[in-house]
Ligand binder design. Structure first.
Ligand code: FES
Length: 133
């Protein structure tokens, strides 16, 4: 960040011939829960609710909350490498919406399960996938 704030963003957009920011544009800091913004009341912004539970990833115990995907829980726990590709490269969440298949893991002994499309469940066994699994 260059510390220029919203004015800096507007100037860069103008310089790059992009459309100017609309009058309804608000920085993220004005749309998060807990602010006085009532426009987004009732929308969920990643807040964790309910009773947490755990599942395993390799040798770790990962905490998750109801409704979270395996990928979300792993990312929140700092696990970014979810599989090792055939060429030996580390792979992890790319799209988060089930399109790229880069988040494939072994879940409960089933290979090639997309972590971003799988809801976390208590006591599930998740392993980093090596190659094609
Ligand atoms: S992150 Fe792209 S399919 Fe899961």
């Amino acid at each position: 960040m260059d510390g220029a704030g919203l004015d800096g963003v507007a100037e860069r957009r103008e310089a790059s011939n992009l459309q100017p920011l609309g009058e309804n544009y608000k920085p993220m800091s004005q749309t998060v829960p807990g602010s006085n913004n009532t426009e987004n009341k009732g929308r969920r912004f990643g807040g964790r609710t309910g009773e947490p539970f755990t599942f395993s990833f390799e040798d770790r115990t990962i905490e998750a909350w109801p409704g979270e995907s395996v990928a979300a829980a792993l990312l929140a726990a700092g696990e970014v490498v979810l599989r090792i590709a055939e060429d030996g490269g580390a792979r992890g969440v790319v799209c988060g919406i089930g399109l790229c298949w880069e988040c494939r893991c072994i879940i409960d002994e089933r290979p090639n399960v997309r972590a971003c499309m799988t809801q976390a469940r208590e006591n599930m066994q998740v392993q980093r996938q090596q190659g094609l699994g």
